[in-house]
Design a protein around this ligand. Structure first.
Ligand SMILES: *[C@@H]1O[C@H](CO)[C@@H](O)[C@H](O)[C@H]1NC(C)=O
Length: 691
């Protein structure tokens, strides 16, 4: 069931989900004329109830247009919705006068037939509480609502990611739940102490009614995926083969070009140059004629002209695209790799050694090939059924595979042809993918469970046999989620063929392991999604990943941005030095004879940008720490007292001093960063620093 909350002033409608067993996204919908503009944001835990905070309590200078309080099993979470505006000031267009709190008449007057409107008040910080009697103005506002076109890009922001866990304690003299219920504000919702008592009591040894838990939220949770400008699209792609096998990503990209299989006999492949975007001619383009159906294809990561293509004749053909792109049809491969006895599932280039390729086949073997001489250099055995995927470890030493036989396997190809580790993998038979995360510490597996639910699991790379360390359920869609992992941020972006929603998580090496971020919805079902090297990200726009999405007839870039306010600075907390993954660290022969390599790393900082960590402070900043840190230094008894008194004080004051009143003298730096979600607590956030 969805609970609707509607703000008449902005036309913003929030639908909050009441879902018991998994994180439920909150949807918010903007009513604009006849149009629903829909987005969604996330709540961190499942919802038991939601209520709207009175408009006068909003942080108008941060362009907060709505705030709801979410009741979960164990805490109350404030969720603010902000319109991203560059200038932090009172924006008249966002805040029409709002219904005040003084009653228009008494019950008696109404009973006698009276009809009066409650007077509207301005939300302007300097005019607070001064009711305006201007019925003419009201009209203007009604129509004014539809002007707020930019509200569509409202960025939801959880203003206080520190959650207070309320656990019931019958003997307590000041039951916080009761404390809440004395107020007539929406805070009175958590009257159900039954719900509270069901929550797992966290911090042991804490006898207080309140204990503090740090909300497990990702700093990338407001990540925004956006299709880039039309000028960058390649359109009018005709005759694509959109039924490539599940083991294949469907197409492949590098910085310079895209290769897409066509549905024309003879296994033809179209090559599109990224430097020549626009509408392709209606006439047939020159292609690569692979001569047999294409089952998988991959660009050599170290040679933007070299394309490896696996065919359904068990052979791999390696093609050389001429400089400047394909002018004539190619019919002769540069190298032909033969050895597999049955059709191939997928191929995977080594991440560090040049010219080293792995392939998996229906003959249930995995083979390694040296492209320099076209020779098979290794044959790995042990699979008992279909091989869903292969994934090289970031240090290039190990190769992980997932199979329909239900096992995760890790090979050390230079040591043994049998797996060096084996463990229970996803049970579902529909397919699975793997990617190494957290510097090779874990293997992230995307697959299905026995009930055909999509699931993400993390395996410790040292002990795959002990099964998954952590898992999270996604949903019940039938298509395998294909992960892309950005090692610099720990963000994994998961797309599926035939779907529009792209799921995003930050992966951390300790509990909670998976931190869900805002997802991206493509305007059309995806036929494929492939990512470009980090060097393609526009750091001035705080892009952390850029991918190309393949749709029915077009290729469109999608940039994933982290919303930041001070974009003129280089966001060095987001951009660590990145691996030069487009240059080989060693040759195939060196790797085969036992050497290992590492990519060199570079900074993405443009010369003319200053790191945000070195940004000059405009005014002295009031120092504050997340209250978790602050409270750690105190005894349980002290914590309890502080929290209780703060809570009671704030609750009592809900109608009195407005948070806006205290803005004076607050330096800009403080609340600017409140917007980008970096701060755990906003000290100037009025009563919200408690709830
Ligand atoms: C598309 O590719 C797949 C995999 O090679 C093949 O089985 C299928 O026949 C191709 N479709 C068309 C229409 O060529």
């Amino acid at each position: 069931m969805m609970i609707p909350l509607f703000d008449d002033d902005t036309g913003l409608l929030i639908l909050a989900g009441m879902v018991r067993y998994r994180l439920m996204p909150v949807c918010y919908v903007f009513w604009h004329g006849d149009l629903f503009e829909e987005c969604h944001c996330l709540m961190d835990t499942s919802t038991r109830g939601v209520a709207m905070v009175p408009k006068v309590a909003l942080d108008v200078l941060s362009c907060e247009v709505m705030r709801v309080l979410q009741l979960t099993d164990s805490c109350i979470v404030p969720i603010g919705y902000q319109v991203p505006r560059k200038v932090q000031e009172f924006h008249e267009d966002l805040y029409p006068d709002t219904v005040g709190t003084t009653p228009a008449m008494s019950a008696e007057e109404w009973w006698k037939g009276g009809n009066k409107q409650v007077e509207k008040v301005s939300l302007r910080p300097d005019k607070q509480h001064k009711p305006k009697a201007a019925p003419a103005k009201k009209k203007e506002l009604a129509s004014g609502g539809s002007k707020e076109v930019d509200i569509v890009s409202v960025c939801p922001s959880i203003k206080a990611p520190c959650l207070y866990q309320v656990t019931s304690h019958p003997a307590a003299p000041q039951d916080p739940a009761r404390g809440c219920s004395t107020s007539s504000s929406p805070l009175s919702t958590p009257s159900s102490s039954a719900a509270a008592s069901r929550s797992p009591s966290s911090t042991s040894g804490l006898s207080s009614e309140l204990s503090l838990i740090q909300g497990p939220t990702s700093k990338f949770r407001h990540i925004q995926g956006a299709v880039t400008h039309r000028d960058t699209h390649i359109t009018n792609l005709r005759g694509l083969n959109l039924t490539t096998p599940g083991e294949s990503d469907g197409f492949c990209v590098n910085r310079h070009r895209v290769a897409v299989p066509l549905a024309i006999s003879g296994g033809q492949i179209a090559i599109c140059e990224r430097s020549q975007p626009g509408r392709l001619p209606d006439t047939a383009l020159p292609t690569i004629q692979n001569s047999v159906n294409v089952v998988d294809l991959s660009w050599d990561p170290f040679d933007a002209h070299r394309l490896a293509v696996a065919g359904d004749d068990a052979k791999i053909r390696v093609w050389q695209v001429p400089k400047g792109g394909l002018k004539d049809t190619l019919t002769e491969p540069e190298v032909l790799l033969q050895g597999h006895t049955e059709k191939i599932y997928s191929i995977a280039f080594h991440p560090l050694a040049s010219g080293l390729l792995a392939s998996s086949s229906y003959d249930l073997t995995v083979r390694l090939w040296n492209l320099e001489n076209g020779e098979q250099v290794n044959l790995l055995t042990g699979h008992e059924d279909q091989i869903f995927c292969m994934a090289w470890s970031p240090d290039g030493k190990l190769l992980a595979t997932l199979s329909k036989d239900g096992k995760v396997r890790i090979y050390d190809p230079r040591k043994s042809t049998a797996p060096v580790q084996e463990g229970p993998g996803p049970e579902g038979h529909r397919g699975a993918r793997a990617v190494w995360v957290c510097e090779g510490k874990y293997l992230l597996v995307s697959g299905f469970d026995s009930r055909s639910e999509r699931k993400l699991s993390l395996y410790s790379a040292d002990s795959v046999s002990s099964g998954a360390v952590a898992s999270t359920d996604i949903d019940t869609s039938p298509s395998t989620l294909i992960p892309f992992y950005d090692p610099d941020t720990g963000v994994v972006i998961l797309s599926a063929k035939g779907e529009t929603r792209v799921h995003i998580y930050e992966i951390v090496p300790e509990d909670p392991y998976f931190m869900e971020c805002s997802s991206f919805n493509s305007p059309e079902p995806l036929k494929g999604f492939a990512f470009l090297p980090k060097s393609e990200c526009n750091v001035r726009d705080v892009e952390i990943a850029v991918g190309l999405m393949l749709t029915k007839a077009a290729i469109e870039p999608v940039a994933f941005k982290v919303p930041r306010v001070k974009k003129e600075f280089f966001q060095d907390d987001v951009y660590t030095d990145t691996a030069v993954c487009w240059e080989p660290a060693l040759t195939a022969s060196a790797w085969l004879s036992g050497s290992n390599g590492q990519h060199k790393k570079i900074s993405l900082k443009p010369k003319d940008m200053t790191p945000v960590s070195e940004a000059p402070k405009e005014a002295p900043v009031r120092k504050y720490l997340p209250s978790s840190v602050y409270l750690e230094e105190k005894t349980d008894e002290q914590k309890k007292e502080e929290l209780l008194s703060a809570m009671v004080a704030k609750l009592g004051n809900i109608d009195d001093p407005l948070p806006q009143d205290s803005f004076e003298g607050v330096d800009e730096d403080e609340w600017v960063s409140g917007c980008d979600g970096n701060r755990s607590l906003d000290s100037n956030d009025g009563h919200l620093d408690i709830f």
